[in-house]
Design a protein around this ligand. Sequence first.
Ligand SMILES: [Zn+2]
Length: 75
Amino acid sequence: MRITRGISRIRMKDKKRKEICHWDRSEIQRSIALLIVQAHNAKYVCKKCGRTAEDKSLLCKPVREKGSDGSLSNS
Ligand SMILES: [Zn+2]
């Protein structure tokens, strides 16, 4: 449960906070722990590329997973 440990260090290093949608492979591998946490706590999904994140600023076209617009409720 405590996977958030050590993430603050990654965040501090990664000041620019480029959308994960635009990360290249090396950036993904460097920050995989952050991505795991983001996926676990995901509240947003990118409607352009399907990535998920807790922080919508990490996605290029974020939409709420549990929004009231019903756009994602056709399961
Ligand atoms: Zn995206």
